[in-house]
Ligand binder design. Structure first.
Ligand SMILES: [Zn+2]
Length: 391
């Protein structure tokens, strides 16, 4: 038995106006200081005005939100008693809002104990709306929560199926002001979700089509959205791709690039999308090498759909890795750990932590080829150098 879960998705120009249909007494908007400054929160408030609901604000979610931020936000919700929680922001804001929501409904639970097994009984007090202001994390369409344990310097992959937002609103006008660098970071996260959702060992019929089309949309439209943020057509397609890839990998799983990316982000604070996309071509090459215990790969099907040379799995993996590196170059992203500004000394000093955290990440085990400790060390060192993987 397995599930396919999706929020109701309202998309396209004017989508934000859907908020006027919400009914209730009190809204709690969860956001961050930057979005507040940029005036996006004001636009959400204006869209909510016809509902007559009281609107409160939690605006202190930091990038890579901590357990403390979640506890603080939930305590505030317990005072305010909202019947709608609306997350306005990127993955960090949406993930923090999901966790605050759980603690608001279930004050007896600790944020790092939110897991897919326990029945939470959410929606007794509030429902969740996600309004993404970046185009890539897909958090608006998944139940996953990534928080940071600041003491242990590692990312915590949490979440329960009940965490899925009730409603996702994709309004391209809300992402027109997203800077090129963030557009590239998050767009490549969407591509990584699409590729890993299609190729992880949990791939399934429901997710395949979403992942394929999302990958194609990113290749076609991300360079345009990075070059000209005001291009509403490019913004619309990259926004759609992000949510489709979110549905795709959220209903299957991601894989090794996410496992390694989470480890890197926990230690060196490289933005999530930049980190996972950096590892993606290397993990494709690594998986295509096969080896004892490795499962079959699906690169030919994916590469063929994208119009890349794909006569064999090996050729498809090579052409896919090449196309991803070309796209990264085109949108100005680093393609090795040294290009990320990490020195070899810094990497060596943290190699144990990176390796153990990547080994213990819930996404790593969903790869068709799961590295052991020694292979993971070699992988991190090869990615630092920018070397092709042939082991
Ligand atoms: Zn991701």
């Amino acid at each position: 038995m397995w599930f396919f879960s999706s929020p109701q998705v309202v998309y396209g120009e004017g989508a934000l106006s859907y908020l006027e249909r919400l009914q209730g007494k009190r809204v709690c908007l969860v956001t961050d200081a930057t979005l507040l400054k940029l005036g996006l929160v004001e636009r959400v408030k204006e869209a909510l005005a016809p509902t007559g609901m009281a609107i409160d604000l939690i605006s202190d979610v930091e990038p890579e939100p901590s357990l403390e931020t979640v506890r603080r936000g939930a305590a505030r919700m317990l005072e305010l008693c909202p019947d709608w929680i609306i997350a306005v922001g990127g993955g960090s804001v949406m993930d923090a809002a999901k966790a605050m929501w759980v603690l608001y409904e279930r004050p007896d639970i600790q944020p790092d104990a939110i897991n897919p097994v326990e029945i939470l009984g959410l929606r007794q007090k509030a429902r969740l709306v996600a309004i993404p202001t970046t185009t890539g994390t897909g958090s608006e369409a998944t139940w996953a929560i990534v928080l940071t344990d600041t003491l242990e310097r590692r990312k915590l992959g949490l979440g329960s199926r009940e965490n899925l937002p009730d409603l996702a609103i994709l309004d391209p006008e809300l992402v027109q002001g997203l800077p090129p660098r963030s557009t590239a970071d998050t767009g490549l996260d969407a591509l990584t979700h699409a590729v890993e959702g299609f190729t992880s060992s949990m791939h399934n019929d429901f997710c395949d089509g979403l992942c394929l089309q999302a990958a194609r949309l990113v290749f076609e439209w991300l360079p345009k959205a990075v070059a000209d943020g005001s291009d509403l057509e490019a913004r619309t397609h990259t926004q759609n791709a992000a949510t489709m890839a979110g549905l795709g990998f959220g209903n299957s799983m991601a894989a090794l690039a996410h496992g390694m990316g989470h480890a890197l982000g926990g230690v060196f604070h490289v933005p999530h999308g930049r980190a996972v996309a950096l590892f993606l071509p290397y993990t494709i090459e690594y998986s295509a090498c096969g080896g004892p215990g490795a499962g079959p790969t699906r690169y030919a099907e994916l590469a063929c759909f994208l119009g890349l040379p794909a006569d064999s799995e090996a050729e498809a993996a090579a052409s896919l890795a090449r196309a991803i590196r070309q796209l990264e170059k085109q949108v100005g992203q680093p393609r090795s750990l040294q290009e990320c500004g990490i020195s070899l000394e810094q990497l060596r000093a943290e190699l144990d932590t990176l390796t153990w955290n990547a080994l213990g990440d819930s996404q790593t085990v969903m790869s068709t080829r799961i590295p052991d400790e020694a292979e993971l060390r070699r992988l991190f060192l090869a990615v630092w150098e920018g070397a092709r993987i042939d082991f």
